[in-house]
Ligand binder design. Structure first.
Ligand SMILES: CC(=O)N[C@H]1[C@@H](OP(=O)(O)OP(=O)(O)OC[C@H]2O[C@@H](n3ccc(=O)[nH]c3=O)[C@H](O)[C@@H]2O)O[C@H](CO)[C@@H](O)[C@@H]1O[C@H](C)C(=O)N[C@@H](C)C(=O)N[C@H](CCC(=O)O)C(=O)O
Ligand SMILES: Nc1ncnc2c1ncn2[C@@H]1O[C@H](COP(=O)(O)OP(=O)(O)OP(=O)(O)O)[C@@H](O)[C@H]1O
Length: 514
């Protein structure tokens, strides 16, 4: 892979991003590598100076390691003697130039993108299950849990971000194409748009699942409007838009989709009992629960409009994941499969056994409660999870082990107080990625908002101990929910990722020792 200086200038000019350039006659004009990290620079690299922690000494390091051209929002004396491309927005420039450097790999993939406050990972995994059934396992997956860039087990690794930096995104797409992948399912976070990680990328299908207040704070979005605005960009950048009609702000989402997409290519889906939204076209696909237990659910999907009747996705499906919200996530996956040419029977067998790491994983005990390990970590997901358990299992006593992270998502704390008061009988407040905050302060903040006449609360900051006590003290017929961490194997404490056994592993150990 390579990119010429002329191509860079042309692309940046086309997008009105280039402010000025300085060309060095003595230097090569073809860049053989791209990087935004001075520690990963090779000979003839194109180097991006970006980020709030960027220091000019990183440019010196990059130059000493062989970078010949830098892209930045201002000229740096440290870059003297290098080609310089001074741009209006370095993140946008990085996205455009990385796509070009890696030869526009998106053109060789059928790309499906999911955004939403909740359900992205679940829908993405379910869709991979469906597409793999059709294409023989050549579906790449960029999720917040795993990044799959090839069909072999060793072509998969843990993700650092939900949506990677643009340069990493296009590099991994290129790897996926070179490894024979034909489809890509990706989660697109609101931060991805805010930080222009996906600038210039168009998806074959874009899904808007839902939006509730979250990710608002110093390192994320300044307010809800900014969060919504970022998420809406997915609709503007998708060739076909598929929207959960039950989402809040549906009118805004539909309007964003319509701005660049013909209504013939916009689809709505919802549960069976959801009222047709006024002023919008008929809901295209509806889902109806048939039955569910603690381990699986069965549902029916049916299409209701001309533009969906030939998709061939009507019929019954089974899911190894409980939760009515997962039936909506599954619907989002089945519609994507249908639009990509996968019919009912293939989709049904592709989706049946999909399990998502750390989402709705259930463990039985002999003489104690049943354990549910789940990733619910804000008000909306906690409410969705606990209300489902209360409703479906005839109001069992619910025990919840949960904590809230430090340094971000502060609104989650009040959300947990609210959801626990409404649905839990017993709560163990514990540690979850406290960062630079004191986990005891976070637990006390959640505790202060709980109505203690309804919920019995214990603060136990040792998460493994909290899980052990909750399971050991539970009675048959009760449900013990271990919420918010799923299969996460780290606790973020004061800038350090401390190894953690994972809620699932701890629960399995405790159950084995009962
Ligand atoms: C707010 C945000 O988007 N931050 C991301 C961003 O940071 P940044 O651009 O400010 O870069 P930085 O970390 O300040 O570092 C400055 C630059 O110096 C470079 N450097 C650094 C050291 C050195 O020796 N040499 C050098 O060149 C670094 O490579 C970097 O390019 O770029 C970094 C990678 O280049 C990311 O790791 C970082 O994500 C942070 C850690 C993060 O956690 N972000 C969260 C909020 C996020 O994006 N989350 C969403 C999910 C949210 C959801 O669930 O909806 C996500 O998509 O994951
Ligand atoms: N459609 C939904 N509506 C409400 N809650 C949901 C929905 N889907 C999943 N959840 C809940 O949210 C949790 C996280 O789900 P998932 O990982 O699929 O979402 P996500 O959008 O990828 O989340 P995040 O951005 O936080 O990683 C699940 O464990 C479940 O409790």
């Amino acid at each position: 892979m390579a990119i010429s200086l002329d191509a860079c200038i042309l692309i940046l000019k086309e997008h009105h991003i280039l402010k000025s350039s300085a060309i060095q006659d003595a230097l090569p004009t073809k860049m053989q590598s791209v990087s935004y990290d001075s520690r990963k620079v090779e000979v003839d690299t194109l180097f991006f100076c970006k980020g709030k922690n960027f220091r000019p000494t990183f440019l010196t390091m990059a130059k000493n390691s062989g970078a010949i051209c830098y892209v930045a929002e201002q000229p740096y004396p440290e870059g003297k003697g290098m080609h310089a491309l001074i741009v209006r927005n370095v993140q946008k420039a990085m996205s455009l130039l990385s796509a070009a450097f890696y030869g526009f790999p998106q053109d060789d993939l059928y790309v499906v993108a999911y955004t939403g406050t909740k359900g992205k990972t679940t829908s993405a995994y379910l869709l991979k299950g469906i597409l793999d059934q059709q294409n023989g396992g050549t579906t790449a997956l960029f999720s917040s849990v795993d990044r799959v860039v090839g069909p072999r087990p060793d072509q998969k690794f843990k993700s650092d971000l939900t949506t990677p930096e643009s340069l990493d995104l296009f590099r991994d797409m290129r790897t996926a194409v070179d490894n024979g992948m034909t489809h890509l399912v990706m989660e697109v976070s609101s931060q991805a748009y805010k930080k222009s990680r996906v600038f210039g990328l168009t998806y074959d299908l874009g899904f808007f699942l839902n939006i509730t207040p979250d990710h608002i704070g110093p390192n994320e979005h300044p307010n809800f409007e900014d969060y919504l605005h970022s998420k809406l960009q997915l609709m503007v950048n998708s060739r076909k838009c598929i929207i959960n009609a039950e989402t809040d702000y549906l009118a805004d989402v539909y309007a964003a989709a319509k701005a660049t997409t013909n209504p013939d290519s916009i689809y709505l889906f919802s549960s069976n009992d959801f009222l047709q939204p006024a002023g919008l076209p008929t809901v295209d696909v509806r889902v109806d629960n048939i039955e569910s237990d603690m381990h699986e659910s069965r549902f029916e999907l049916y299409t209701a409009t001309d533009k969906t009747k030939d998709l061939g996705i009507d019929g019954e499906y089974e899911l190894s994941l409980i939760g009515d919200f997962n039936e909506l996530n599954a619907t989002a996956a089945i519609i994507a499969g249908g639009l990509a040419g996968v019919k009912h029977d293939t989709a049904a067998s592709g989706i049946k056994d999909v399990r998502i790491p750390g989402r709705m994983q259930t463990l039985k005990t002999k003489d104690h409660g049943e354990v549910v390990v789940d990733y619910a970590h804000n008000l909306a997901s906690m409410e969705a999870l606990l209300s489902f358990l209360k409703r479906e299992f005839s109001s069992p006593r619910v025990v919840v082990v949960v904590g809230s992270p430090g340094d971000k998502g502060v609104s989650r704390r009040a959300g947990f107080s609210q959801a626990l008061t409404e649905y839990a009988d017993v709560a163990y407040l514990t540690t979850d990625d406290p960062g630079y905050e004191d986990p005891l302060d976070i637990a006390r903040e959640i505790d202060a908002g709980i109505d203690h006449s309804k919920v019995q609360v214990t603060i136990e900051l040792d998460r493994a101990k909290a899980i052990k006590t909750a399971i050991e003290n539970s009675q048959p017929g009760e449900i013990v929910v271990l919420a918010g961490k799923g299969e996460d194997m780290m606790q973020k404490v004061r800038g350090i990722d401390k190894p953690y056994a994972s809620d699932l592993a701890i629960a399995k150990r405790v159950i084995a020792e009962l």
